[in-house]
Design a protein around this ligand. Structure first.
Ligand SMILES: *Cc1c(COP(=O)(O)O)cnc(C)c1O
Length: 393
């Protein structure tokens, strides 16, 4: 769907020389670029620690494992520990909860933002309260879906009330902001992915954890290299979950352009919004440029909702006109086999998440795509809209 080659050509010289430097120094594991990337991103986010890891998924798992070790003094959470998250996300978000020993608790989304609904989180915690704080809930993983910030005032307020940790899944939201603060700097930890299709993507897998907590940072640094500061005398159940020097070098070279490219994504979104707002078959609410509270949407995806079960038809129509679009995500996590078996019983059916899975469609938003391509895509969507309303007035 997106042409990563455009981005490579745009910054070819920097990337080529970054790779060449690695070929010269040959420090493939924990080479100098790993520390440089960590320092660069921690000052960009405004956090004390950033720790390079092997993927966004591992960033989530390591954050949760470190929280269990710190708060419970145990290697893993217990299955009776619940962690609240959204059912409208990539599998990895909730799979990380299972891998850390806890149980996902799925709470519905707000259909106006596609993000987890803080009102529903409160309802859940109140109903399970019975005077004993939050029942078994220990934390929340809000996902800044498609690059749009969750309402972090609400979520951090809830976390404070119920004494919960917050791990921000910022895999799709590098550079995004809430209240003029960078996403990933507001929760207890932030988890980022450098998967090639993310806003700051490498040439393979990579990720990062951000945190202001010294103890969590120390634990994660142990866990990612076999569980100890001394690998011949490990302290915890560890992983091999480092970021490669080579990936760190590529991401560091691309980092210089992230703000520029995020601005370009926002400009494309604005163009789509202006061209699509009056189409009767679409809802754009969640695709709106949200800028009221110092929040900054970075559009990893430009996602619309197609009404009346017409999503697949629109997708087929676009495909016939050489436009590839994607469905993120076709199935809510509570309907996925692994989570049917291991997630907490739904508090109430996450009906808005289910509707979203049947109606969302993400249109191409490669930051370097030409204006005429964006307008062509919007024009084809308009033709579909006209055609649909003539046969079905
Ligand atoms: C991509 C993604 C992840 C996982 O990141 P990887 O680097 O692919 O492991 C986790 N959560 C969300 C919301 C993502 O989009």
């Amino acid at each position: 769907m997106l042409s990563l080659r455009l981005e490579y050509e745009y910054m070819k010289d920097e990337i080529d020389s970054a790779i060449r430097r690695c070929l010269e120094h040959q420090h493939w594991i924990f080479g100098p670029e790993v520390g440089q990337l960590e320092d660069t991103i921690s000052s960009y986010l405004g956090v004390k620690h950033c720790i390079g890891v092997s993927s966004g998924t591992e960033a989530l798992v390591l954050s949760l494992r470190a929280l269990s070790i710190k708060t419970k003094g145990k290697e893993y959470f217990d299955r009776s520990d619940g962690i609240i998250t959204t059912p409208l996300t990539f599998t990895a978000t909730a799979d990380a909860i299972l891998r850390a020993g806890a149980t996902p608790v799925f709470i519905d989304i707000d259909p106006d933002t596609y993000n987890i609904d803080p009102v529903k989180i409160r309802e859940y915690l109140n109903s399970h309260d019975g005077g004993s704080a939050s029942g078994n809930v220990v934390g929340i993983i809000p996902v800044h879906l498609y690059g749009r910030p969750c309402d972090m005032d609400e979520i951090m307020g809830i976390a404070q009330t119920y004494n919960l940790f917050v791990v921000e899944d910022a895999a799709q939201a590098f550079g995004g902001m809430w209240d003029n603060k960078k996403l990933g700097s507001l929760g207890t930890c932030g988890a980022f992915s450098f998967f090639p299709s993310k806003n700051l993507g490498g040439f393979g897998d990579g990720g990062m954890v951000s945190t202001n907590d010294d103890e969590i940072a120390d634990i994660i640094r142990m866990l990612l290299k076999h569980g100890g500061t001394d690998k011949y005398n490990a302290k915890h159940i560890g992983y091999n979950a480092r970021i490669d020097t080579l990936q760190a070098a590529v991401v560091l070279a691309k980092f210089k352009y992230i703000d520029t490219l995020n601005e370009k994504r926002r400009a494309i979104a604005q163009l789509y919004n202006a061209a699509l707002y009056d189409l009767s078959c679409l809802t754009l609410s969640a695709a709106k440029l949200s800028a009221e509270n110092g929040d900054y949407h970075v559009y990893n995806q430009y996602t619309i909702m197609v009404k009346d079960g017409k999503r697949d038809q629109l997708q087929a129509y676009l495909k016939k006109n050489n436009i590839s679009s994607m469905v993120y995500y076709p199935r809510p996590l509570h309907r996925m086999e692994v989570f049917k078996n291991f997630a907490a019983e739904a508090f109430s059916i996450p009906i808005h998440a289910e509707d979203a899975c049947d109606s969302v469609l993400s249109l191409p938003i490669e930051p370097l795509q030409r204006q005429e391509d964006t307008l062509y895509i919007a024009e084809q969507a308009r033709k579909f809209d006209t055609y649909i309303s003539t046969i079905n007035p």
